[in-house]
Design a protein around this ligand. Structure first.
Ligand SMILES: C[S@@+](CC[C@H](N)C(=O)[O-])C[C@H]1O[C@@H](n2cnc3c(N)ncnc32)[C@H](O)[C@@H]1O
Length: 229
């Protein structure tokens, strides 16, 4: 079943209404489970995958913003994050949430480090200027429903049900993700990290390390590391 949500206003804040009383919201200020998890600083797996344990103030391009959990974590860890989201309704939701965070005294500093753009990351990367290339590029592709992994948490499940329903064939998604990865490797100054379910195949070979968590892992690629493949 295809789930097409609509934007809805709730107490002055946008949310996506899916029908049947199901809503998707982004709340960087109050959603403690998603956006205020205790961080393990330099030991945070995401920090290690992107090299923030060595240089906290890196410029990172998040090519797949989604609900912004990873982008927000990166900004909390000190990174400057430029991000793209290609789904217009999700972009509107995220923009509204970021604006609210920017005017909140406790969140403004972190929110000021996130620069969210609407549109396709591949186009954004192709237009990026040589003098503002990101140090690192982060990809979190939506993996096909058939993948044998633990079900994602509630809101991520809604997101996947909605956006995943447009993908008739998971392999199409995979091949377009591979082309973003190749493009990213030509643009990132230092590294590209791809988030994957722990047991899923890598988007492609040539990674130089895998940072493994309980349910997910990050595959690390370095610019130039695919040339010999
Ligand atoms: C798995 S979700 C990302 C979740 C995100 N890491 C988080 O923490 O919430 C993938 C998101 O990337 C977006 N996306 C996929 N390909 C994209 C592209 N080429 N450009 C911009 N956004 C893209 C999808 O619309 C979806 O919202």
């Amino acid at each position: 079943m295809t789930l097409e949500p609509r934007l809805d206003l709730n107490e002055g804040r946008l949310r996506l209404a899916f029908g049947g009383g199901k809503f998707l919201a982004i709340d960087f200020i109050n959603d403690r489970t998603r956006y205020h998890k205790p961080l393990r600083g330099k030991n945070e797996l995401l920090a290690r995958a992107l090299g923030l344990h060595r240089k906290p103030a890196l410029h990172i391009f998040d090519a797949t913003f989604g609900l912004g959990e990873d982008a927000w974590t990166l900004a909390r860890l000190g990174a400057r994050v430029t991000a793209c989201e290609r789904e217009p309704l999700l972009y509107e939701l995220a923009k509204n949430a970021l604006e609210a965070a920017r005017s909140h005294p406790g969140m403004a500093e972190v929110a000021s480090r996130v620069d969210l753009r609407s549109g396709d990351s591949q186009e954004f990367l192709r237009r990026s200027q040589a003098d503002d290339q990101p140090d690192c590029i982060f990809l979190d592709p939506m993996f096909p429903e058939s993948t044998k992994t633990a079900l994602p948490r509630g809101e991520m499940q809604l997101l996947r049900g909605w956006l995943g329903s447009r993908l008739k064939d998971g392999s199409l998604l995979e091949s377009s993700d591979r082309s973003i990865l190749d493009l990213a490797l030509g643009i990132a100054r230092e590294r590209v990290a791809v988030k994957r379910p722990l047991k899923s195949p890598p988007l492609r070979g040539g990674f130089i390390h895998q940072y493994r968590g309980r349910t997910i892992r990050y595959d690390l690629y370095l610019p130039g590391s695919l040339e010999s493949l």
